[in-house]
Design a protein around this ligand. Sequence first.
Ligand SMILES: Cc1cc2nc3c(=O)[nH]c(=O)nc-3n(C[C@H](O)[C@H](O)[C@H](O)COP(=O)(O)OP(=O)(O)OC[C@H]3O[C@@H](n4cnc5c(N)ncnc54)[C@H](O)[C@@H]3O)c2cc1C
Ligand SMILES: *[C@@H]1O[C@H](CO)[C@@H](O)[C@H](O)[C@H]1NC(C)=O
Ligand SMILES: *[C@@H]1O[C@H](CO)[C@@H](O)[C@H](O)[C@H]1NC(C)=O
Ligand SMILES: *[C@@H]1O[C@H](CO)[C@@H](O)[C@H](O)[C@H]1NC(C)=O
Ligand SMILES: *[C@@H]1O[C@H](CO)[C@@H](O)[C@H](O)[C@H]1NC(C)=O
Ligand SMILES: *[C@@H]1O[C@H](CO)[C@@H](O)[C@H](O)[C@H]1NC(C)=O
Ligand SMILES: *[C@@H]1O[C@H](CO)[C@@H](O)[C@H](O)[C@H]1NC(C)=O
Length: 528
Amino acid sequence: MRSISDISFCRALVLTTLFLGEYSIAVPVDCNRPTSKTAKIVIVGAGIAGIGAARKLLKQGFTDVQILEASSQPGGRIKGSLFGKSVLDEGPQFIHGATMKNPIFRLATECGLLQEATNNSGTDWSVFTNTQKQLGPDFVETLRNLSTFLHMQAYLQIQNNTRLKSIWDVYEVGINELIKNWTDDSPNVRSQKLGGLNLMMKNECAFFATPNLHDVSLQQISEYGPIEGGDRNSPGFFPKLISCLMEDIPREKLLLEKPVKQIQWNENFESCDGTTHPIKVVCEDGEFFLADHVIVTVSLGYLKGEADTLFHPKLPEEKLNAIKSLGFGTVNKVYLEYEIPFWENSQHWIGLLWEDETPFSGLKPNIAEWWRRIYSFYMLNPVERYGHMLLAWSSGRETEFMETLCEEEIASNITRLLRQFLGRPVPQPKHVFMTKWFSNPYIRGSYSHTSINSTGDMFDTLAEPLPQEKGDGHLSEMLQVLFAGEATYRRYHSTTHGALLSGWREADRLINHYSIFEGQQLQTKHVA
Ligand SMILES: Cc1cc2nc3c(=O)[nH]c(=O)nc-3n(C[C@H](O)[C@H](O)[C@H](O)COP(=O)(O)OP(=O)(O)OC[C@H]3O[C@@H](n4cnc5c(N)ncnc54)[C@H](O)[C@@H]3O)c2cc1C
Ligand SMILES: *[C@@H]1O[C@H](CO)[C@@H](O)[C@H](O)[C@H]1NC(C)=O
Ligand SMILES: *[C@@H]1O[C@H](CO)[C@@H](O)[C@H](O)[C@H]1NC(C)=O
Ligand SMILES: *[C@@H]1O[C@H](CO)[C@@H](O)[C@H](O)[C@H]1NC(C)=O
Ligand SMILES: *[C@@H]1O[C@H](CO)[C@@H](O)[C@H](O)[C@H]1NC(C)=O
Ligand SMILES: *[C@@H]1O[C@H](CO)[C@@H](O)[C@H](O)[C@H]1NC(C)=O
Ligand SMILES: *[C@@H]1O[C@H](CO)[C@@H](O)[C@H](O)[C@H]1NC(C)=O
């Protein structure tokens, strides 16, 4: 029965006579109309969104799927790098919401990747100040309580629908509230608490991938929907997941080092076999691919720089505005490997607190003292796998600047910093490795957020397929350019599961489209 959709019937005849068992009926078949088997689909980008979309389309019987990836490996922001003894994550390492409600978690189970849970053997969280004081668990708890208070203020304010407020606007009021109760504290304790709050601000900037909490809309907090189950720290997991997913995608479907230069759409491009297609995807090397549909999965950072020239004709104003307004910032990881550890086995995390910083002053970009953004160090476990390894985070303009420095410079500064705060000898690291997400020409940052200039609707605007206005229902005119990727998934933007779901969403859009169309053809046949 499905042979009605077979292109071979259609090549020669416009009116095809089909013999279907006892029936003999005439059905008009439009040769130019692709079907699920013949539709030419190009996917730009082999991150988890692109891979997810390709895998789903292939499973549903779409055979003409081509992924074009600019870099030399699949995975995009999911990237592992061999360093020291093991593979380290340059990008994600947490499964945000470790339950079967999270599609990443489900795939992890299918791929058999979940046996390995990380063993956080250390339990000791300590804060050191720039005046060599060690503040123990009590202080860390005080800091936690202060942040809980601020988070609550933010949640309460959301209900007031104050979309022009930034997260900082709420925190500022909250911190002033808190300070009122610090009347019994000595000046030292006060500056420790303020420095501690600034440490927390740096942490939140890293979390939201923003230089500054002024830049993040309060809406961010209600736009992002957490999945229950907590965060599962899974070092090394994500690159393995990519390998597992790639097993279902035939090699020839993925072209690496194939950057796309332009996506021409809304045209009639004729291919050598005489079929016409609305899209031409032109690569940097001049090679091009005609297609009926293209799924664009490039990062928001890349779109911010290239959207104007990547699409011809240009994207609608509304989409360009969403691209400009939504936030996309940088967070980087710095891995430091030591010959001999200078920390105790029990230590899990150390934070660096500047007593001369307050949240009121400390959020301004300070590139000249970029090391102030390196605020915390995690001890990686187990030692048998990683050696003596620390993981530090940094964010903002400072981290973007750090990407221009050589690793020795970063290492020597971090050593100076650690010596100053710990007040004792600290060896130079054996190796340093820092991620460079901002200077990656095909990513240009880390992930998205609702910036002060944007609203959550803009994630949806980014996701809308083109052309916007419905054509006359002719298949080749609809759903030409589709958009997937982390920043197109409103509820779960900035995550791997958001990216994956966005790829599935666009694959489903095409699957549904063709099942309706092919269904109509079958109906036409019965009517005839
Ligand atoms: C440091 C860091 C930590 C993170 N931590 C977490 C975490 O703990 N948990 C979590 O869930 N998420 C985390 N994330 C976010 C997560 O990594 C991303 O949301 C997700 O991987 C994005 O997938 P994607 O497919 O949308 O985009 P990408 O992975 O960016 O894929 C897009 C692909 O398009 C390619 N491309 C770009 N331009 C072109 C072109 N012109 N032609 C061809 N190809 C092109 C790029 O090379 C890239 O491979 C983190 C990200 C970073 C950077
Ligand atoms: C985790 O660490 C504890 C204590 O060091 C140890 O007993 C246990 O075997 C470890 N588990 C794994 C899975 O490595
Ligand atoms: C933190 O908050 C909890 C719960 O309100 C409280 O029991 C605890 O005493 C507080 N700790 C500190 C150090 O303030
Ligand atoms: C919300 O707005 C109302 C009216 O402006 C105000 O009274 C209330 O305090 C606000 N809620 C919070 C949590 O600030
Ligand atoms: C300040 O202290 C008073 C009295 O103990 C308490 O009711 C109030 O909640 C405290 N305010 C903050 C912001 O913690
Ligand atoms: C918001 O828009 C204003 C005006 O265009 C601009 O100056 C500012 O940098 C933008 N802020 C962010 C966080 O994008
Ligand atoms: C730290 O970085 C600065 C500027 O980036 C550089 O001049 C200096 O040599 C580095 N090393 C130390 C130990 O400060």
